[in-house]
Design a protein around this ligand. Sequence first.
Ligand SMILES: Nc1ncnc2c1ncn2[C@@H]1O[C@H](COP(=O)(O)OP(=O)(O)OP(=O)(O)O)[C@@H](O)[C@H]1O
Ligand SMILES: NC(=O)c1ccc[n+]([C@@H]2O[C@H](COP(=O)(O)O)[C@@H](O)[C@H]2O)c1
Length: 171
Amino acid sequence: MRGFYIGRFQPYHDGHHRMVTEIAEEVDELVVGIGSAGDSHTTRNPFTAGERVMMVTKALKTLDIPTYVVPIEDLERNAVWVGHVQSMTPHFDVAYSNNPLVVRLFREAGVDVRQSPMFQRDVLEGTEIRDRLVNGGDWASLVPDPVADTIREVDGVDRIRQVSETDSNSN
Ligand SMILES: Nc1ncnc2c1ncn2[C@@H]1O[C@H](COP(=O)(O)OP(=O)(O)OP(=O)(O)O)[C@@H](O)[C@H]1O
Ligand SMILES: NC(=O)c1ccc[n+]([C@@H]2O[C@H](COP(=O)(O)O)[C@@H](O)[C@H]2O)c1
């Protein structure tokens, strides 16, 4: 059985990783979709699809099942989004998400969906981690080590601080 898990992963953090680790116990293969692939260089979406592919691919190395990391751009029309996703990914049998819109769209399209509990949501949230990146808090302890390495490699701290100064969408 092949599973599918999508997120913006801005950045991929320990909450995502805990969810992925649990999914890996239920499926034989996992496809991870990098959502909003066309967005980058804003406070809410600082990292490019390519940078997020690096973060996720390196973090998934600890799993012992085959994984595929696929960037997926947004579409204007929610009603055809599931078909768009399916056209970009290997076939999957079950989708995992805690995003209510994503859950609804997959279920309406007849795809089996599973949800998971939120882990330490007070800190394991992209918005909180981006806030710490901008304001100099401890962000690195909330992401897998290869993600912290990637953020440093692409000069991500400087980037998010710079875009946050000019970006009207402030989180
Ligand atoms: N701490 C967590 N535990 C379990 N699932 C999570 C956690 N954080 C996010 N998720 C789920 O992972 C998927 C991808 O989430 P996403 O990339 O939007 O992260 P986020 O932390 O919610 O970020 P943001 O604050 O930028 O919206 C969604 O289904 C989301 O509900
Ligand atoms: N119409 C669309 O393009 C559409 C619909 C639903 C979800 N999505 C994307 O799926 C991803 C869902 O991830 P999150 O759970 O991280 O929000 C996001 O990138 C979101 O933009 C896109």
